[in-house]
Design a protein around this ligand. Sequence first.
Ligand code: F3S
Length: 281
Amino acid sequence: MKILLARSAGFCFGVKRATQMAFEAADSHDGICSLGPIIHSPQLVKRLEEKGVEVVRDVDEIRHGAVIIRSHGVTSGELADISDRGLETVDATCPFVKSAQDRAARLARDGYTVVIVGENEHPEVQGIVSYAEGAEVVVVGTREDAARIPARKRIGVVAQTTQSLDNLRDVAGACLDKCQELRVFNTICDATSVRQEEARELARKSDLVLVIGGFNSANTTRLAQLCREIQPRVHHVETADQLEPQWFKGVETVGLTAGASTPGWLIDEVIRKVEGMSRES
Ligand code: F3S
């Protein structure tokens, strides 16, 4: 069997950075926790737990020590709360997310109504909203949502980092009809779109696609969905021991990809297992 591995499979820049920071912080601190799981990979979260990094849901649960902030950031209120309690912050917010927060803050200071293109409930979006302090803030998912915004003199637009450029363009177009002055910041990071395009290409070239990553990882699940639109033989697995030999019957080319929150060692284990099965067959 031939194995094709997607070029960007696995960690994106921000997740790699956050994970490194978490492991380094675990080595240099006694009491340490992360506010929510550091990434959507149960296997990596377990490794960090073994190194003493506890996962907490709320700042109220933290009594002492240091707090790791995840790559998609937290609200400005949560950050202030952490510092008011005398806790140390290990801020692993991805620089791309930080940039979206900073743009929103600047638009708010300059008197714009701030439109954020993204998913209202997502922690990254809630974080960005919190930085647009003092401004009128509207979160919109689509051009149709944006069409319902009341007319305003000045509108400033930023996007959740994982949005598509097409959607940002659509929303910005709808906002232009609502105001005299429009400012748009492209705060999208292309890690998501690059992985999705590579996954589609892989599905076109393979008889079977394996998508590796947490079942709780939205970006991994989305990769599996996109592959299925092209190739019905797609399996989403978290670890190598979930592979089943009968999946590979009659398969000549196996495509392999992984979400932005999938550690390299899990990808390597899957590759080794597929190679082993290939030798045995
Ligand atoms: Fe950062 Fe983009 Fe990853 S915003 S966390 S590099 S998906």
